[in-house]
Ligand binder design. Structure first.
Ligand code: ZN
Length: 623
């Protein structure tokens, strides 16, 4: 068996392009100014402390040190997010109310969670074995979702206030630990496998024997996250040990895996201790702001309104004793479509899955036979090396042959190999999916999809991997990549390696929607000005005047929605405006080309059409 991780192609290349010229800042209700190439967004970043003494927090240092300005997308127009950081200290009444709630839902006692046998993990990493590295531990297991909901119901509205933005609750519930901290507390999340409908019993490490995953906080459903700095979970121990080669960001939160650990090492009453605590808090805030709240989008993602995901399953398992009927659960068009329509309702999604035998593509079959190698993890193909050319480029060259590249505005093709125990690696790292190129590769074997390679014992489906890889092609990174590190893993986010469900977090939905709203609004703006010119040139034909007014009114609603962070609504309205502008262009031409009488009919019909399309807009917007 192999390590199964899904990696992003080209993450090392996260360039920040030089800013295009800033022409004008957009304000709600303002009329449109053409050619805005950079959009400035001011958002609040609310840091809500629970269980912290204000005298130990150095707000000036944190404000000066945390990154508060982001320009992730190089698309035109790009958006710059500027965060205004606010600090708030919750009352003792708030703190103790939440503690009481936590105690009422927590399971406290023997074998309530796990820790990791680090030595065994290191042996596994050296040999390729997969031992049971999880050791039962005693302590307090807290349902992470319940706490998220409690914060939403009780604290979030105050924290968020009337200004749009994001909130990070920073908590210190050190008193939930035993006095000597041998018994810790942590926040458990449990997910359901989307394909098998079984409880998830795998994660990206390919260890299959743990269902509950301990986190130190949670978030992603709403526009906030929480992090309990005094809680202690095994996840970062695993990351520190197993992924140390991947550039895991700040070493500081691995050296001091919880706040108690830090304050036991450094006395907070000393200057050094005070500085350490503030540095530690700052690193965590940076992790959330940089890779979660800022909704990063990279690499000029393709833009359009219709998206076609085409998956070609190249099945070599059926020839090796696994009937196709027993394999089909592995990827589901309906489930992928449902998720994408829920998270990105302003886009039209078409998902197509075609199953063929790998032997139907003899060139690929032969290629794999001829290029397979043997490593400590078994047989594998390195997609970036091979003869006569690397598999990666072979697949890329064949995209036009294997997929309908004109099926939609944006076509996202995917090769899904089901091989007889041959893994794929990318520069030495095994993957379940490789994405972000605008096309993807998925790889499954009988060992990755079934426990013990046994039909009827589903282990991992690939619909979630598909959504994750597609997310890369929409411009999304992993929340844990790069300089901000793995601290941002505790989010319900399909782009995280800690994912517990198939959906994108509210933060990443915002990131994609913001980019699409900017793009379509920009285009609609230009097209609208062209339409006004044309209207004037043709002597203001009366039958399209109402339509033009409707478009104007619709476009006027966009900045307000955008300012209120209704990015999805703003994208949707911009797209509908563009559709109406297309209709306008068709109708206005009729003035000069059609006999009289027709424009009158069009004049009666058009308002109905507009109502229909706008009605459809709101229907589409509804979740
Ligand atoms: Zn990835």
């Amino acid at each position: 068996m192999v390590m199964a991780l899904s990696i992003q192609f080209g993450t090392s290349n996260q360039h920040k392009t030089t800013l295009t010229v800033l022409l004008e800042e957009q304000k709600p209700g303002m009329t449109f100014t053409p050619n805005i190439t950079t959009q400035i967004d001011d958002l609040n970043l609310n840091i809500e402390f629970l269980g912290f003494d204000q005298t130990y927090i150095n707000e000036t240092y944190i404000t000066e040190t945390v990154d508060l300005e982001f320009e992730h997308t190089p698309s035109v127009p790009s958006a710059i997010l500027e965060f205004d950081i606010n600090f708030n200290y919750r009352s003792e009444a708030n703190r103790s109310a939440l503690e009481e709630y936590i105690r009422s839902i927590a399971v406290n006692g023997t074998d309530t969670g796990y820790e990791i046998d680090i030595e065994l993990l290191q042996e596994d990493l050296a040999t390729g074995e997969r031992s049971n590295i999880f050791v039962p531990r005693d302590g307090m297991s807290i349902d992470a979702f319940d706490v998220e909901e409690y914060l939403y119901q009780n604290f979030f509205e105050d924290a968020q206030g009337s200004e749009p933005g994001y909130t990070l609750f920073l908590m210190n519930y050190s008193n939930l630990d035993s006095l000597d901290h041998t018994l810790e507390h942590w926040y458990d999340v449990e997910g359901t496998g989307m394909d098998s409908n079984e409880t998830i019993d795998y994660w990206y490490s390919s260890y299959a024997n743990i269902s509950k995953r301990a986190a130190q906080g949670w978030g992603g459903k709403y526009r906030f996250c929480y992090l309990d700095l005094s809680s202690r979970a095994w996840y970062l121990d695993f990351v520190k040990t197993a992924w140390s080669s991947m550039g895991i960001g700040s070493q500081f939160y691995y050296s001091y895996p919880d706040l108690d650990n830090l304050t036991q090492t450094f006395d907070i009453e000393t200057t050094e201790g005070y500085n350490m605590v503030n540095y530690y808090i700052t690193q965590w805030i940076n992790s959330y702001v940089g890779k979660v709240f800022s909704g990063p989008i990279y690499d000029n993602p393709p833009m359009g309104t219709t998206y076609s995901l085409q998956i070609l399953v190249l099945n070599n398992l059926t020839d090796n004793g696994f009937p196709e009927d027993d394999l089909q659960w592995v990827i589901s068009a309906n489930r992928i479509k449902d998720q994408l329509e829920t998270d990105m309702p302003w886009l039209n999604w078409d998902i197509e899955i075609v199953w063929v035998e790998l032997t139907d593509h003899p060139d690929l079959f032969d290629y794999i036979q001829n290029n397979v190698r043997e490593g400590i993890n078994g047989r594998y193909i390195d997609v970036m090396s091979g003869s006569p050319l690397p598999l990666f480029y072979m697949l890329q060259n064949q995209l036009g042959t294997n997929f309908n590249m004109h099926a939609a505005d944006v076509v996202l093709p995917c090769y899904f190999f089901l091989t007889d125990d041959i893994s794929f690696t990318y520069y030495g790292t095994s993957f379940a999916g490789l994405g972000g190129m605008g096309w993807e590769i998925l790889l499954g074997t009988q060992y990755s999809i079934f426990d013990n390679a046994t039909i009827g014992e589903p282990r991992r489906g690939y619909s979630r991997v598909m959504i994750h890889e597609l997310g890369h092609s929409l411009g999304l990174p992993h929340p844990h990549d790069g300089s901000w590190g793995w601290g941002a893993s505790y989010v319900a986010e399909v782009m995280s390696y800690f994912a517990i469900n198939d959906g994108f977090s509210q933060f990443y939905i915002d990131g994609v929607a913001r980019t699409h709203a900017n793009y379509h609004f920009y285009e609609a703006d230009i097209e609208y000005l062209d339409a006004i010119d044309l209207f004037a040139q043709l002597g203001a034909p009366a039958h399209v005047e109402q339509l033009l007014d409707d478009i104007d009114q619709l476009l006027d609603t966009v900045p307000g929605m955008y300012q209120q962070m209704d990015y999805s609504g703003a994208a949707n309205a911009s797209i509908v405006a563009r559709e109406l502008l297309e209709l306008f262009n068709i109708e206005i031409i009729k003035t000069t080309t059609e006999p009289s009488g027709i424009p009158l009919i069009a004049g009666i019909l058009l308002p109905t059409l507009v109502t229909l399309v706008i009605g459809n807009l709101w229907k589409r917007k509804k979740r």
